[in-house]
Design a protein around this ligand. Structure first.
Ligand code: NAP
Ligand code: HSE
Length: 431
């Protein structure tokens, strides 16, 4: 074992400063676990002159990434700068130079994870990425270690803190979407461009990573069907509450007979569902395994120290592997070919809100259409709309196939008795 393990850092922003802080403050515990000191020997940033919330000798900081990558002293690269193409190239080169890599980069992993893991294995190096999904929750390690004996059939996650914060504040305090999004940006959960949060892309990247590991297959970002929360209205949230549901942006990964579906969408959960009580910026992942049954993991999904805890814990694993001489041996080649479900195989309940013409015969037309597509009602609420010859109808369906539901939805948008389809969401967690 080396006299010390030397770390090169790419990035010293929110997560990077947390990593340096933990390495500095927890040095004694780290040495106890890995048997030698851990040193940060080089750090690449974009702008050296920027004020930082951390004490680090000036000579360790550089604006030249090559200085970190090519430093023969560096054993492990921690990549916490973000980015895709250039960063993929840096990580690949680091691995080819036999440097182990720890990253928090979900954007990169969701697109090129399988390829990078292959490069790591070929070079006898570790590549760990716990922080890329649900920040401080050790969910990837739980899937690959704690639940490794089981066959995972379903994962449901609240894996984006920004959208959970927005939906919580809109539902519980009646705040407006724009105001709460601004608060989430000020509090530092939202990405610099919050489109990837609110349109579900950030959650979709995390679900691709989770599904790949949980189902031992190669799920990419493009395999995830995505819808964000930007169309969710205060009225939708009001009716959810009236019917006993809570709206969450849910990442769902399901496997039935080897066929999988992965999606991210605003979803109604019965109030008694364990994920319905995960509020504000918190994340949680519900995992169902054939043998273990239901489990749930809860915690902070973002932020400097929670995310850095995941990064430094990966670093500890790398160092333990160095001591045992087994780096690069924990990369698992996916066991299964990816087979995505067809729309006929995806089953769910749905919430549908319609404005209908308030006259005799309207309901008969609507129920005939539901019967034609074999979709049945579980719950139904009709309310007059003041001052208009319209009524608001809210329906929760029984389980039906995605194909039948989408065909029914199309017909409802074109039938004379329906003035407008106001909204439609998936419902999970029912019978
Ligand atoms: P950040 O605060 O924007 O920090 C990025 C850091 O990288 C900065 O120090 C920046 O330098 C440096 N950097 C960026 N481009 C560079 C380049 N071309 N050359 C050299 N340095 C460069 O980002 P962050 O929030 O820490 O996120 C880092 C990574 O962790 C991302 O992949 C993110 O998706 C992931 N992540 C973040 C969180 C979170 O809670 N923030 C949670 C999970 C995962 P300057 O400081 O000089 O600008
Ligand atoms: N923008 C992300 C979120 C940060 O809101 O969850 C953590 O990945």
């Amino acid at each position: 074992m080396a006299k010390s393990v030397r770390v090169g850092l790419l990035g010293l922003g929110t997560v990077g400063t947390g990593v340096v802080s933990i390495i500095q403050r927890h040095q004694k515990e780290l040495q106890h676990q890995v048997g030698c000191p851990v040193e940060v020997v080089k750090v690449a940033v974009r702008d050296k002159t920027k004020a930082r919330n951390i004490k680090l000798a000036d000579e360790l900081i550089t604006e030249d990434i090559e200085e970190v990558l090519s430093d023969p002293e560096v054993d492990v690269i921690i990549e916490v700068m973000g980015g895709i193409d250039a960063t993929k190239n840096y990580i690949t080169r680091a691995l080819q130079q036999k440097k182990h890599v720890v990253t928090a980069n979900k954007d990169l992993l969701a697109l090129h994870g399988a390829e990078l893991l292959k490069v790591a294995a070929e070079n006898g190096c570790d590549l760990f990425y716990e922080a890329s999904v649900a920040g401080g929750i050790p969910i990837l390690r739980s899937l690959s270690d704690g639940l490794s004996a089981d066959r995972i059939t379903k994962m449901m996650g609240i894996v984006n803190g920004t959208t959970n914060y927005i939906l919580t504040k809109m539902s519980q305090e009646g705040s407006s979407y724009d105001d709460v999004l601004k608060q989430a940006q000020e509090l530092g959960f939202a990405e610099s461009d919050p489109t990837s949060d609110v349109e579900g892309l950030d959650a979709a990247r995390k679900m691709a990573i989770l599904a790949s590991l949980g189902f031992s297959t190669n799920v990419s970002f493009g395999d995830v069907s995505v819808r964000g929360i930007s169309e969710v209205t205060e009225a939708d949230l009001y009716y959810c509450e009236q019917l006993g549901y809570t709206m969450k942006l849910i990442g769902l990964a399901k496997r039935d007979d080897g066929r999988i579906e992965v999606s991210v969408q605003p979803t109604l959960l019965p109030n008694a569902h364990p994920l319905a009580s995960v509020h504000n910026e918190y994340n949680a992942v519900y995992v169902h395994g054939e043998a273990v049954g239901e489990t749930m993991f809860y915690g902070p999904g973002a932020g400097s120290l929670p995310t850095a805890t995941a990064v430094v814990s990966d670093l500890v694993t790398v160092m333990r592997n160095m001591r045992l001489g087994v780096n690069g041996q924990s990369v698992l080649v996916p066991l299964h070919e990816k087979v995505l479900k067809e729309a006929t195989e995806i089953e769910s309940q749905y919430f549908l809100r319609l404005n209908v013409i308030d006259k005799a015969g309207t309901f008969s037309t609507i129920t005939s259409l539901f019967a034609e597509y074999e979709v049945s009602f579980e719950k139904l609420l009709q309310l007059p709309i003041d001052g208009e010859e319209l009524a608001e109808v809210i329906i929760i369906t029984h389980k039906t196939s995605k194909e039948n539901y989408e065909n029914l939805y199309q017909r409802l948008t074109n039938v004379e008795v329906v003035d407008s389809v106001q909204s439609s969401y998936r419902v999970e967690g029912g019978k």
